[in-house]
Each structure stands twice: as structure tokens, then as C-alpha cells.
Design a protein around this ligand. Structure first.
Ligand SMILES: [Zn+2]
Length: 142
């Protein structure tokens, strides 16, 4: 089961003044202050769907995502999708992907979506998980 997807669509013409982390309440994105997100420990990535680019990827995900992209390049995988790839790197539990869609007038009506990937348990749970993985039993000497 993939990470839970949450779709939020604002009424046409309404801008998103701020997007807050649902786990800690930190203001992650305040578009009026620029497009760069202000990550809290729960934010794993921000993906700008209309341009197909990440505005933010957590450091510990960046390398694995780069590796996945190189592998897709080498395999000439044209179906490779950066959003699917980053979601595949995240645990299935405790992660939500919020697809926030806004619409406004440019040369015509334009809709755009920003996807916020959030691990609701935060850094402590991730580090605990890594420690647990590292504690695999060692084979007894013969
Ligand atoms: Zn947070």
C-alpha cells in the first residue's frame, strides 16, 4: 500500500497563504515569502507537479532519489516518474502526501499542484528504525 494521499483543492482564485505541518504546526510554505519551503523534521519533500521539479528533498532521501534517477536513465525507463520514485523510498506507514491544488488566471485559467510529503512520526522514529535495522543478529562463531 503506498503512502496515504490527501487531495486538497482550493476554490478557483484563492491563493494558499501558508501551509502548516499537520504534525508540529510549523509553517512549511508561505508562498508570499517565496517558493522555498521551510522544512521541519516531518517534511520529506516538496514537489512542484506543474514543472516536474522538487522544491525540497530531505538530505537522507536525496542520494537514494539520485541513484533511482540514474538507474532509470541507464535503463531508458521513460515511464519513470520522480513523484512515484520518491514515494517508493518512503515508508508506507506514517507518511502522507498532500496534493495541494490552487487555480488562478494567467493567460487563461491555470491549475497547479504542490505535493508535500510528510512523515508524521518525524526524525526520532526514522532514526530509531535505522538503529533497529542495524541490530540484526550476528551469526554465532563456529
Ligand atoms: Zn513538522
Amino acid at each position: 500500500m503506498p503512502a496515504a494521499r490527501v487531495d486538497l483543492e482550493l476554490p478557483f482564485g484563492k491563493r494558499c497563504d501558508a501551509f502548516y505541518c499537520p504534525a508540529c504546526g510549523a509553517p512549511i510554505a508561505q508562498p508570499e515569502h517565496g517558493l522555498s519551503p521551510t522544512p521541519c523534521e516531518h517534511l520529506r519533500f516538496v514537489y512542484l507537479e506543474s514543472v516536474g521539479l522538487f522544491a525540497f528533498v530531505a538530505d537522507d532521501l536525496r542520494e537514494a532519489l539520485d541513484r533511482a534517477e540514474r538507474a532509470a536513465d541507464e535503463a531508458a525507463d521513460e515511464a519513470w516518474d520522480p513523484l512515484d520514485a520518491v514515494c517508493a523510498l518512503l515508508p508506507e506507514q506514517n507518511v502522507i502526501c498532500v496534493h495541494l491544488t490552487t487555480g488562478g488566471m494567467a493567460c487563461g485559467p491555470v491549475w497547479e499542484s504542490t505535493v508535500y510529503g510528510l512523515d508524521l512520526l518525524g526524525r526520532g522514529a526514522r532514526e530509531h528504525g535505522r538503529e533497529r535495522d542495524a541490530e540484526e543478529p550476528v551469526a554465532a562463531p563456529r
